[in-house]
Design a protein around this ligand. Structure first.
Ligand code: TXA
Ligand code: MG
Length: 350
């Protein structure tokens, strides 16, 4: 067990907070681990130029070391030093950075193999959260950071989630506000003339198409389908069953009324939980039902999803969680992808 310093921080504006950030930046430069808030989810950060720091990140998370890390930078100008950029990269960076978009590019030699899981590419992102940005800028090095959860748990969207998973395993936790978006960044592989969507997030497929045109954006099958057997995913992280609560998640697909009445037929079983839209909450047992937000509000659904999955972990009697299958449009595709992964892609038609 390490002794972890938990440092409250909110804006990076005051002198006191700047001083805390300077200490956290020193810790990163010295090879330590610092958890910090971002606009997507909290990240577990270490110096991306230090192969030993990367190894510590894998150890703290209990994560397989073939699953590569995203490096976080403080300014677009930093990118050229760490990856081979191209015109498409800058088009997308100008459109969506700072923000929840991660681009996979050929890496430069200064990025250690332990950061990229041995791949010759690196995932790079410029977060918009002011605390994240100030920390990276002060550290003066890119920060490698996976989501700050123990491997297999849902990504943390509040300081309480982080403390629960990582207190005693990292040097510092910057305990800030709840994550604004609540789902991890969109991950794309950037080629010369097109991009491939590997993980949907708040920069949506439609957003990418609006900048690049339809012919230039494709969606990898790992976004919507279960990865099986010999299939080698472009993004190693996608093969793991992430985002999993303790209970089994079962997605129900079909007409809205039939889905709801199927849930109601299971409502008397004390081992079932329900993760449904706000409009349907009142029709199911209140102690075992959580709301993702209104049907037409994927922003709220994204914001709440991981906190709901973690809340079910606090209810040990729940063995099965029923949820409706979200529409795969806009931000809904990201909500669908995370729920489907939590369900191991087990989707039942009603
Ligand atoms: O929003 C986010 O992206 C958060 C915050 C902290 O920035 N980070 C995050 O990191 O979600 P992580 O490690 O939990 O997810 C990174 C994903 C993994 O699925 C990984 O396999 C993929 O990105 N990835 C990273 N580098 C890659 C590469 N070189 N090639 C393909 N996939 C890569
Ligand atoms: Mg993660």
């Amino acid at each position: 067990m390490k002794s972890t310093e938990i440092l409250p921080i909110h804006s990076a504006q005051t002198d006191g907070e700047q001083a805390l950030l300077a200490r956290a930046a020193d810790c990163i430069r010295a090879g330590g681990l610092v958890v910090f808030p971002t606009e997507t989810v909290y990240g577990l950060g270490g110096n991306a130029l230090d192969g030993e720091a990367a190894k510590k990140i894998y150890e703290a998370k209990g994560r397989p070391s073939d699953n590569p890390l995203i490096i976080h930078i403080a300014d677009i100008d930093w990118a050229e030093s760490y990856c081979h950029t191209n015109a498409l990269f800058y088009t997308l960076a100008c459109a969506f950075w700072p923000g929840p978009l991660t681009m996979i590019m050929k890496k430069r030699d200064c990025i250690p193999a332990s950061v990229t899981g041995g791949l010759d590419t690196v995932a790079i992102r410029l977060p918009s959260d002011p605390v994240a940005n100030a920390l990276i800028r002060m550290a003066g090095v890119p920060i490698a950071a996976p989501s700050a959860n123990l491997s297999g748990h849902p990504s943390p969207t509040t300081k309480e989630h982080v403390i629960r998973d990582l207190d005693g395993r990292v040097d510092m936790i910057l305990a800030g506000n709840p994550s604004e978006i609540g789902l991890e960044s969109t991950v794309i592989a950037v080629e010369e003339e097109r991009v491939i969507l590997l993980r949907p997030g708040a920069v949506t497929y439609e957003d990418l198409v609006s900048v690049l045109g339809e012919g230039c954006v494709s969606i990898d099958r790992i976004v919507t389908d279960k990865v099986t057997g010999e299939f080698i995913p472009r993004s190693p992280g996608m093969k793991y069953r992430h985002y999993a609560p303790n209970a089994e998640v079962l997605l129900l697909h079909g007409d809205e009324e039939r889905v709801l009445s199927y849930m109601q037929t299971h409502a008397s079983d004390p081992h079932t939980g329900f993760l449904v839209y706000e409009e349907d909450v009142s029709t199911l047992p209140p102690q075992r039902t959580l709301s993702m937000g209104r049907k037409d509000d994927p922003v709220m659904q994204a914001h709440r999803l991981f906190a709901c999955l973690r809340a079910f972990d606090e209810m040990p009697e729940i063995k099965t969680i029923y949820a409706p299958t979200p529409k795969k449009e806009g931000l809904g595709l990201a909500v669908y992808n995370r729920l489907a992964k939590a369900a191991g892609f087990s989707i039942q038609s009603c």
